[in-house]
Design a protein around this ligand. Structure first.
Ligand SMILES: [Zn+2]
Ligand SMILES: [Zn+2]
Length: 357
């Protein structure tokens, strides 16, 4: 298992058995994903499939380009697919290229507003973008059911930890789609080489990896976490969840690797720059797991049996790696040893070393 990226600017993790390689989420541009895979000693062409947890931008940004480039299937739930297709499909009154151009312009406007200091105080990216989305809807008829379905947050990335500065990775992903659309203007931008639907709670296999998706509480169409089993090894991924429900905590038992969200420090979030509405959303039961909530699970709900615990989806604005680490270490206390509960922190800007079991 290699965490290629984790955080509100993009998420992607590689899970590999001796014969099968799966990318869980593709929230970086295709180019960056490939770069990081190669840096981690993995060959992108050897990927068998992409699995998607939910349709927020920080999880799907590079999904389509990567799937098309490698000609590999995308596994997701039908509601997640529908939400993504709605987000990707412009109405007839505006071309897809024009819509992308608008998105690029929005990013530029944001940058300029920030540069001149007239940034909405602490405005969070998702909120700003959804406001623009509403203008677009009224003025140009962009189809934005995704925005409606997902509430004010729209299809923006998970809001916790969204940085106020321009997101180079998002820009790169958009540029990539524009370049691709210029080469093949006739192709439906929401096309994928092949789509495989799964349902939460129903296990399936990809090669020799058994996959069990489970529902997580998060403000997306049909968000899931995953358990992977192969070669006698069990790996669980649970990020982007507002709290730890019992159905999730049951799935996290008997794991060899547990990747768990430790998104924010509650005090940093409370005292930080986000508008109150966003703070409420992050703290809500469909937001993100705080350091305290992750620690509470590690102390009381977790069986202590994993060789590795990976803290993930840390907010850049509302958390510090050391705070997340201290909370988890305190919770795990005497259960940490050379063989068990080795604590790792996933990073936004670079892959962490492969976990090999
Ligand atoms: Zn999310
Ligand atoms: Zn996320």
């Amino acid at each position: 298992m290699t965490v290629l990226a984790s955080g509100s600017k993009g998420n992607s993790t590689l899970i590999a058995s001796s014969t099968t390689r799966i990318l869980v989420d593709a929230g970086l541009s295709c180019r960056e994903l490939m770069k990081r895979m190669k840096a981690a000693g993995e060959e992108p062409a050897a990927l068998d499939a992409i699995l998607i947890t939910h349709e927020h931008q920080d999880h799907v940004q590079g999904m389509a380009v990567t799937a098309r480039k490698l000609g590999i299937p995308v596994y997701l739930t039908e509601p997640t697919h529908r939400a993504w297709v709605r987000w990707m499909t412009p109405q007839k009154r505006i071309s897809y290229a024009e819509w992308l151009q608008k998105r690029r312009q929005e990013a530029e406007d944001r940058r300029q507003a920030e540069g001149t200091g007239c940034r909405v105080q602490g405005a969070e990216d998702g909120v700003r973008r959804s406001a623009v989305g509403i203008q677009e809807k009224e003025g140009l008829g962009i189809r934005d059911q995704g925005l409606e379905q997902n509430g004010a947050e729209g299809n923006a990335r998970c809001s916790a930890g969204v940085a106020a500065e321009p997101d180079e990775e998002e820009k790169a992903a958009v540029e990539e789609v524009i370049a691709e659309a210029a080469r093949e203007p006739e192709r439906d931008p929401a096309s994928l080489p092949s789509v495989e639907y799964f349902r939460s709670g129903s296990g399936f296999r990809i090669g020799d990896i058994a996959v069990t998706p489970f529902t997580i509480p998060h403000d997306a169409a049909d968000p899931v976490g995953f358990v992977f089993e192969a070669d006698g090894v069990r790996i669980a991924i649970a990020t982007d969840l507002g709290y730890m429900p019992s159905n999730v905590s049951v799935q996290l038992r008997r794991c060899d690797v547990l990747m768990l969200e430790s998104n924010h420090d509650v005090d940093m979030l409370r005292d930080g720059p986000y508008p109150w509405s966003v703070k409420q959303r992050v703290m809500s039961r469909v937001g993100h797991l705080s350091n305290d909530a992750a620690a509470e699970f590690l102390e009381k709900g977790y069986d202590g049996g994993a060789a590795y615990v990976v803290l993930a989806h840390l907010s850049e604005n509302n958390n510090l790696p050391e705070l997340a680490r201290i909370s988890a270490e305190r919770a795990l206390r005497d259960r940490m040893s050379l063989l068990a509960n080795h604590l790792l922190l996933a990073e936004q800007d670079r892959p962490i070393g492969a976990i090999v079991l």
